[in-house]
Every structure is written in C-alpha cells, then in structure tokens.
Design a protein around this ligand. Structure first.
Ligand code: SF4
Length: 222
C-alpha cells in the first residue's frame, strides 16, 4: 500500500535524522506528546477532484501529529478556510483522531518529512517527487491542484514535465490567485502558503485563501 511505503521511506538521511531529533527534543508545550517523527502520509478523499499541495510538514505540526497541516499555525489558518469552502467536516484540526473528514479534497506536500528551516534541498525534493507521481496516478478524479506556495507550484510543474504532459514551464509564473490549464486538462492554481510568516503579516488573509478554495471548487464543478 502506497501510504505504508511512504511512511517507511528513508531516502533522505538528513530529513529522517532531523524529524527524529525534533521528536526527541520536543517543544516544551508538547512535552507529553509522542511525536509522529516519520514521513507524513497524505490525507483526504480518494475520490477528490481538488488537491491542496503544500511544501513540507511543520516540525511541531504534522511531524508531531502525523497528519498534514495538523497541530500548527498553518493548519489553524487553513482548516477553517477548508471548512468554510465545504471541503472539511470541521474547522479545528488538532490531532490524527479528531474526527476530521475531507470531502472532494486531498492534501499532500512535495516533501513529506519536516526539513530544517522549512527548506528542503534540491536533492530532497527530487527524492520525494515519485511519491507525488504515484499519488497523482491513483487520484483519477483530480481536476484542480491548489499549490500552496512557490515550491509546491514548481513541484506540480516538475511533475507535469516528468509525465510528459508539459514540455516547457516558461509560461507558468507563480502569483497568488493565478490559474493555468495544463496540457491534459488539470488546472494548476497558485496561492501564497498559509505560513505564519504570510498570515501574521497580512500577505495572505482568510478572505484571499477562501476565494482560492471557492474558485477551486467551482473549477472542479463541485
Ligand atoms: S522527504 Fe520524501 S523521499 Fe525523503 S525520506 Fe521523507 S518521504 Fe522519503
């Protein structure tokens, strides 16, 4: 099963060591937690028409809880928007067994282990790319990919080039709210990442992100 293979992946020694180290040291507020500390599997609806593609797990967020965007500031911003847009069953995403269900949406990231400083290397991005390729093959209803941040946007275009759907990415420029139809029909949407750096400064507001996911819903004919 793909999920089990992803969770067992050890291809990036630097990231595996970092995730384990973060889990050992822990943040004081989470001293009583047993950190997930492994590659974080994707989460959502296998029949999804929309994908939210992020960068990588947060060290004390999904690296702790084991579910994308769960248990940190980015998730606290994202899930209420997903709930308002009709994709998520609840707005609070705190732990793997909190009862959250996604409908029509699949959440994953271009790197599945938390990188130091949220900065994966080129080699780590390359190592993790085949997992995205394999998931994309399984998501046969997928129509729209919302890329959360530039690295996710680049990751989707790289995927389209690997599959041969895209010959050049010259025309594809990252800008919040941009949307592009890829050869083959998949629609790529770009959004700023809901990191605290963007949301605390007002670069990305709730209204901006909600508009993106409502638009994704419409494009996916949901
Ligand atoms: S980042 Fe991806 S490729 Fe690297 S160890 Fe984690 S799951 Fe494997």
């Amino acid at each position: 099963m793909l999920k089990a293979r992803i969770v067992a992946c050890e291809l990036c020694p630097r990231l595996r060591a970092h995730c384990a180290e973060v889990g050992r040291k822990r943040r004081r507020a989470y001293a009583g937690w047993e950190y997930w500390g492994r590659p974080v599997p994707s989460f959502g609806d296998g029949k999804a028409r929309v994908m939210a593609l992020g960068l990588a797990p947060g060290a004390h967020g999904s690296n702790r809880t084991g579910r994308p965007f769960t248990g940190d500031g980015s998730g606290d911003f994202l899930y209420p928007v997903l709930h308002a847009a009709g994709f998520a069953s609840q707005s609070a995403s705190t732990m793997r067994d909190d009862g959250m269900k996604l409908t029509g949406l699949w959440i994953c990231s271009v790197v599945r282990c938390a990188p130091p400083g949220n900065k994966p290397t080129t080699e780590e991005l390359r190592n993790c790319a085949p997992w995205l390729d394999q998931e994309m093959k399984l998501l046969t209803n997928l129509r729209v990919v919302v890329c959360l941040g530039r690295i996710a946007f680049d990751g989707l275009l790289a995927h389209a080039m690997r599959t041969g759907a895209l010959k050049t990415r010259a025309k594809f420029v990252f800008a919040h709210g941009a949307e592009y139809k890829l050869p083959g029909g998949l629609i790529a949407m770009a959004s700023y990442h809901p990191s605290l750096q963007n949301t605390n400064t007002g670069k990305l507001t709730r209204a901006m992100l909600l508009k993106v996911f409502k638009r994704a819903r419409k494009l996916a004919e949901l």
